[in-house]
Design a protein around this ligand. Structure first.
Ligand SMILES: [Ca+2]
Ligand SMILES: [Ca+2]
Length: 286
């Protein structure tokens, strides 16, 4: 009872703090980045999910499908839970045999997906996945898992001076050729503290000084790698993506005007969905 009270107070204080800071400090973003249909082939010793996990992120992983390792016995992402840690010759000794494991950046910080609620915090790195088997004995494996990863992140869109790179911020997710990318944005953007709040579709009017001069002002904009910026607005969808690269999102403010990217306010809630195309596993289960 007491703990619940303290927790409620803590959450309330946190919410109050977040809403106070969104009103006065900067353009804040709550982004949910979901990558669906990641193929973890049982023969792969390492699969890069195309997501960089940042300190403070919340990570959720779910998996479907089966794998076989020698015998015609199907294992889910939980692996063989009837035994303890795999040990012996297994690639990931402190995880169940044939279980899905993941790691952020350094492989030595691996975790078993089905046994992990809280992922390593304060680590910055690519999220990798693999299925636990004997090291260097992956070729004979059959089947694979289809994995969804969701990362929730709070950050600010902010840049000092005329730093366009900072205005675009960190890459949110790696988009590959053939992916379907959808982005939905709720919330408001203001060009300065206390300025008019506009939705992610922005306001009419283009200016040479904008981060994306060909797109209307204060709109939510995106780019993939070094590609041309495109308007995201409140809703964006592109099927069968035609380029590879990191997805960046920003608001279309005047980057050639020093200070323009430090004084914004408002709060955007952005949902990014990357749907990978279905793949056939190297050795399908017969
Ligand atoms: Ca094997
Ligand atoms: Ca501004």
């Amino acid at each position: 009872m007491k703990i619940k009270k303290i927790l409620t107070l803590f959450v309330f204080t946190l919410v109050a703090f977040i809403s106070a800071s969104t009103d006065i400090q900067a353009q804040t973003v709550e982004a949910k980045i979901e990558v669906k249909n990641i193929s973890v082939d049982a023969t792969s010793e390492m699969v890069d999910t195309g997501i960089v996990v940042m300190p403070g992120d919340t990570v959720k992983i779910s998996a479907q499908g089966n794998t076989q390792h020698g015998a015609k016995v199907n294992w889910t992402y939980e692996g063989d839970t009837s035994k303890g840690d795999a040990n012996g010759n297994f690639a990931f000794k402190k995880a169940n045999q044939f279980a899905l494991v993941g790691w952020i950046g350094d492989r030595k910080n691996y975790f078993q997906v089905s046994k992990t609620d809280t992922y390593p915090q304060n680590i910055n790195g690519n999220l990798y996945l693999a299925i636990n088997d004997w090291s260097k004995h992956y070729d004979n494996n059959v089947g694979g898992l289809t994995v969804n990863v969701t990362v929730t992140r709070y950050y600010e869109i902010k840049a000092e001076g005329t730093d366009a790179k900072a205005a675009w911020g960190n890459g949110l997710v790696k988009v590959d050729k053939g992916d379907t990318l959808s982005v939905f944005a709720d919330g408001k953007v203001a060009y300065w503290e206390g300025g008019d709040l506009r939705d992610a579709d922005g306001k009419d009017g283009k200016m040479a000084s904008l981060l994306a001069p060909q797109i209307n002002q204060s709109a939510l904009i995106g780019k993939v790698g070094d590609g041309n910026p495109f308007k995201v607005g409140k809703a964006y969808k592109q099927e069968n993506f035609d380029q590879n690269g990191w997805l960046y999102l920003s608001v279309n403010d005047e980057i050639t005007k020093t200070g323009a990217f430090t004084n914004n306010s408002g709060n955007l809630k952005i949902n990014v969905y990357v749907n990978r195309p279905s793949k056939t596993f190297k050795n399908p289960i017969k």
